[in-house]
Design a protein around this ligand. Structure first.
Ligand code: AVJ
Length: 321
């Protein structure tokens, strides 16, 4: 069965206008920042898949390992005839492990901001899982969207939110998003969420500063996107990649650093950068299991079970409303 893509266009007239607005706003504020969701155009989604293959980048590998090791226990927690809704599905690689063990899933709803990437992924899934109904939704999951219904009524909905995408949000925003997910769920519905754990700073910083420069290319893809989609004139060679662990805030921060004093124009606007001035492009928060339990409990989630790896690098938590 081929999956037909639902585009959530009800919320905004034009994604380009939204990108433009967010960039202008982000470059006009102090300190400067651009929301990290804009990494994920078609090219960015592909570079991210390359990051996941890197020796230095442990999160994807470790989360996949956890999913393999505990797939039976996890599938058992979710139960049969589930409607699985995945936030930020990307290439749905880890989901396949889950799908291989779920009993009679009613519907799989991958939700992703990158339409083309999502369409390809959903088609491949529909091909490889002929018995599964797949109903992709192309949207920014932080905005309200309609979740497609399954043909047969599901026993429950389970939101799958892997990849430590939750880490991209500030703690406040994360709590708000977890509250929104709870609001969209009914009592007894589930949340299976992956998050990165606090660990040795060297391990963390190495993961975001790979030798091959793939993470740097991922970061700089934002500049290319602004140039091609917004008609900006960023000199991409005059911005560097900088990623470091902010210990007090418990997060990796990624920045684009101006290599010299320079001006950049976007449409009728001009932005002056001092030498070493940065644009913050990403937060990647690292939590402890107890910290995360507290955050979710505040907004109506009850932690049922947590799985992690031997080194406690990463955690996958199952919660219910
Ligand atoms: C996709 C949000 C999990 O924070 O590690 C990888 C993205 N950024 N390398 C992360 C990312 C730089 C990533 N997440």
């Amino acid at each position: 069965m081929s999956a037909s893509l639902i585009e959530n266009s009800s919320v905004r007239a034009s994604p380009a206008a939204e990108f433009f607005d967010d960039v202008l706003k982000g470059l006009s504020s102090a300190p400067r920042s651009i929301p990290s969701k804009y990494f994920y155009d078609d090219i960015g989604s592909k570079i991210f898949d390359e990051i996941c293959e890197l020796e230095e980048y442990y999160p994807t590998r470790v989360e996949t390992e956890i999913m393999h090791r505990y797939s039976e226990a996890i599938a058992c927690r979710l139960g049969s005839e589930v409607r699985l809704v995945e936030y930020g599905s990307g290439s749905s690689t880890k989901t396949r492990i889950l799908l291989d063990h779920l009993v009679d899933p009613c519907l799989y709803v991958p939700v992703d901001i990158s339409n083309q990437h999502l369409a390809r992924t959903a088609d491949a899934l529909a091909r490889d899982y002929p018995l599964l109904s797949v109903a992709p939704v192309a949207t920014d999951f932080t905005r309200p969207f309609e979740v497609p219904k399954s043909e047969f009524e599901a026993r429950r909905t389970c939101v799958y939110f892997p990849g430590s995408t939750i880490g991209n949000f500030s703690q406040e925003q994360a709590i708000q998003l977890l509250a929104e997910i709870a609001d969209r769920c009914e009592r007894g519905d589930g949340l299976l969420i992956g998050f990165d754990l606090r660990k040795d700073i060297d391990v963390l910083e190495t993961a975001y500063n790979d030798r091959a420069g793939v993470t740097a290319a991922f970061n700089k893809n934002l500049l290319h996107r602004m140039n091609s989609e917004l008609g900006a004139n960023f000199n991409t060679r005059q911005f560097g990649h900088h990623a470091f662990f902010n210990d007090a805030a418990g997060r990796i921060e990624m920045h684009l650093v101006s290599q010299r004093e320079q001006s950049v124009s976007i449409a009728d606007y001009s932005f002056r950068f001092d030498r070493s001035e940065t644009i913050c492009t990403e937060y990647s928060h690292k939590y402890s299991i107890s910290e995360f339990e507290q955050m979710t409990a505040q907004v109506g989630w009850e932690c049922k079970e947590t799985w992690s790896d031997e080194r406690d690098y990463f955690a996958v938590m199952y919660l219910e409303r």
